[in-house]
Design a protein around this ligand. Sequence first.
Ligand code: FES
Length: 115
Amino acid sequence: MFRKETRWIKLSFSASGLMENSIEIAYVAGMKLCFVSNAQGIFAFEEKCPHNGFALSAGTITSDGKSIVCPLHRYAYDMKTGRCSHGSGGAARVFPVEEREDGLYIGVQETRWGW
Ligand code: FES
């Protein structure tokens, strides 16, 4: 039986290492991810746009700080849920981020074989 588990990975940078409202890139568990820190929280999402693969790191953050806008076709993705505002753009893969006493962690879903 397969089951899904969240593996928490400690990041090599802290929340204070992220510039407010800018899109930072980091490689985590073999994935190229974008990180955004602002008044809405700290967000992590896959760098590749789910619509047509363009770089979301070249995008812009909406004025409410909740979404990232892809520069190619201007689809907006909610940075917390990954939901696309256009309906047909798929969903961005997003990751939970936790700020703990000893650092910043990201949760990565993994499928494992076991009971
Ligand atoms: S490639 Fe990003 S919106 Fe089309």
